[in-house]
Design a protein around this ligand. Structure first.
Ligand SMILES: Nc1ncnc2c1ncn2[C@@H]1O[C@H](COP(=O)(O)OP(=O)(O)OP(=O)(O)O)[C@@H](O)[C@H]1O
Length: 336
């Protein structure tokens, strides 16, 4: 999918009270807001029948059965933000995997304010997962004192890892760079493990980075500080050596933190710091892990799995294929 500003014709229809949005030739009714990010709003939308028929003829795989979608509206206030959205659109189009959220359509429009200044808005169309993210779910489950079964946790984790394997297997390999519960959509299914879909490719980029000077190391740290969520950020992105070969195993660290967070509702290093606080960076650099002492604690085999992924030296950390082999074995072990 290309992304030139000319020819892209999303039209936000203010006259209908924000009721309808066009993306290229497709027309959508906004039903309600379902989420909010840093510079974005996410809406549940339903496509008008006439436009969905035409879209079905052109891209059958881009049309949902009931006409509903998630539409993300990104407010763009600078050239840098515009470039980031264009990059997110470009990178999203590289992936095609059932556990990676596909970008179905997009448009970027120029908007003139009442003061006469120009800015941009991007409209991104995705399949909707109404159960929200693992992060949203953790809050609901904690309030109800509910927990995932060991097998559900493993199956969710297996799917995230499968999606990540697709990214790490590209040529060149891509790192997601922001694997965390807030970027995993889940759909509960009766009698089956929840469906897990990794989303948000706004920070994804080629994974391999040869660092050969102090200034390159500092540049990488600065980039990571902006793009990789701190509690899930690998040690080498906090304190990068002046000579280092960074690779996609930064994601394996985040994956280990994510497995911990699916079990206990909090990232491991935030839990280790507890209420007394302290330096998150130090806790991460020292891989200072603590396990909740709970009657509902998960088996030691899952704790060992997390510890294996949270090796502070990246060269000791497993690759995604090793992680998948291990999770497959655990799924077998805990299956009835
Ligand atoms: N496809 C979807 N289906 C259902 N809900 C979604 C979907 N996409 C996003 N959401 C909801 O909207 C919220 C914000 O979306 P998203 O994380 O993509 O925004 P963002 O601006 O990238 O956020 P952040 O600032 O955390 O990076 C999500 O946490 C989720 O609750």
């Amino acid at each position: 999918m290309g992304c030139s500003l000319s020819g892209l014709n999303a039209l936000y229809d203010a006259a209908t009270g924000g009721g309808d949005v066009w993306i290229n030739e497709r027309r959508f009714r906004v039903l309600r807001q379902i989420g909010e990010g840093g510079f974005a709003f996410v809406y549940l939308v339903k496509e008008h029948e006439a436009s969905s028929g035409a879209a079905r003829d052109r891209h059958p795989s881009h049309v949902s059965d009931d006409g509903t979608y998630a539409m993300k509206k990104v407010l763009i206030q600078s050239r840098e933000q515009l470039d980031l959205v264009k990059e997110e659109i470009r990178v999203s189009s590289l992936f095609n995997h059932p556990n990676l959220l596909p970008l179905l359509d997009h448009a970027i429009i120029a908007v003139k304010s009442t003061q006469g200044d120009w800015s941009h808005e991007a409209y991104l169309l995705f399949p909707v997962h109404l159960d929200g993210t693992l992060f949203d779910n953790a809050a609901v489950m904690q309030s109800r004192k509910e927990f995932y079964s060991v097998l559900d946790i493993l199956r969710i984790f297996q799917q995230i890892s499968d999606g990540l394997k697709h990214m790490h297997s590209l040529d060149p390999p891509y790192a997601h760079n922001d694997v965390k519960p807030g970027n995993v959509l889940v759909t509960r299914r009766k009698g089956q493990a929840p469906l897990a879909t990794l989303m948000d490719f706004g920070s994804s980029r080629p994974a391999r980075n040869q660092i050969r000077s102090r200034s390159e190391a500092l540049r990488l740290q600065e980039w990571a500080a902006e793009h990789c969520s701190a509690p899930f950020r690998a040690p080498e992105l906090w304190d990068c050596p002046s000579h280092a070969d960074i690779d996609e195993r930064t994601d394996i660290w985040s994956l280990g933190c994510t497995l911990y967070a699916i079990m206990y509702g909090v990232s491991p290093f935030e839990y280790a710091l507890g209420e007394s606080g302290g330096s998150l960076q130090l806790a991460i650099m020292n891989a200072q892990l603590k396990w909740p002492v709970l009657p509902s604690a998960y088996p030691d085999a899952l704790h060992k799995f997390v510890t294996w992924m949270l090796q502070p030296q990246p060269e000791m950390r497993p690759h995604i294929n090793d992680v998948l082999l291990h999770v497959d074995k655990l799924v077998e072990k805990y299956s009835p």
